[in-house]
Design a protein around this ligand. Sequence first.
Ligand code: ADP
Ligand code: MG
Length: 338
Amino acid sequence: MAKIHELSVNLANQIAAGEVIERPASVVKELLENALDAHATQIDILIEAAGTKLIEIIDNGDGIDDEDVEVAFRRHATSKINDRQDLFKIRTLGFRGEALPSIASIADVELTTSTGQQAGTAMHIKGGEVLAKTAASARKGTRIKVTELFFNTPARLKYLKSQQTELAKIVDIVNRLALSYPAVTFHLVHNDKQILRTAGNGDVKRVIAEIYGPTTAQKMVPITTTDNDFEVTGFVSVPALTRASRDYISVLINGRYIKNFQITKAIIKGYGSKLMVGRYPFAVINIQMDPLLVDVNVHPTKQEVRLSQEDSLVTLITQAIQHVFTQMSLIPDGYQNL
Ligand code: ADP
Ligand code: MG
């Protein structure tokens, strides 16, 4: 008898979910990315019990056509890329077609969506099984409600940290996406209490104020620089405003929040001796580049990227920060005027 056989679709999805969906914050991240890729300008995020009870995301984006709704929950089904060429010029946050099938394989998911052209579609899917599909309101946008996360993966459920820690991770991802998309209104509510509402007027400094408070925002200075390959804009804190961890440094490449140690190091290096040992600045650095220069297909969560011109990029960033502080020190009371 043959010993090798293909896994069932459902099992394959659950295995993929193990990589993509580590915790409630991963669900929030994937669903927000989908809303942003669908051009939403208003996103409501309703959370209960740090996402263990409820994660509900409502967007006013493009919606999904009725005929595509079931396909959207299939593995490797995406509207974002078509062929191999597309893989080298990714402008969307998603492209792997893994989030919806992964989430639906380990939770109870109710989706309501409409493109606004025709009646919408509602679908209920749990543990990978479609339980119901019906017509729904034609209000343009998508609403997705995730309950019973990890109901069929007990190890994952047990591994979750305290509600406080899980909520902090959700807040962190919402904050970073709000900083990346200042033109979008993010409204985050936990257990009926509002945590964040951004104005969505395109002003990054305002988002910084909304998240970290107006005093912090006042102590952020703009940086901007370009070379042939990169365009860097953003805000960095004056050396007097620091924190004990690197977590307040957000780096975005083509609108994607990424983790890159070399870039973080380059930002810190720009401060030279102005920072005390063990202290780190606040920073929001937005890098635009040709997608050909960045490989986002490194890890399922897409937060790790490979850059082909990393050395020149890190030098550019360090110099831009050095430059802004040199300028400020030339102006009498430069720092005080902030
Ligand atoms: P990916 O984002 O990598 O394409 P997903 O599994 O996250 O894969 O989503 C599958 C597809 O479902 C997307 O390509 C998109 O066409 C559609 N979709 C998912 N969420 C939304 C949404 N909020 N609004 C509109 N379309 C969506
Ligand atoms: Mg996606």
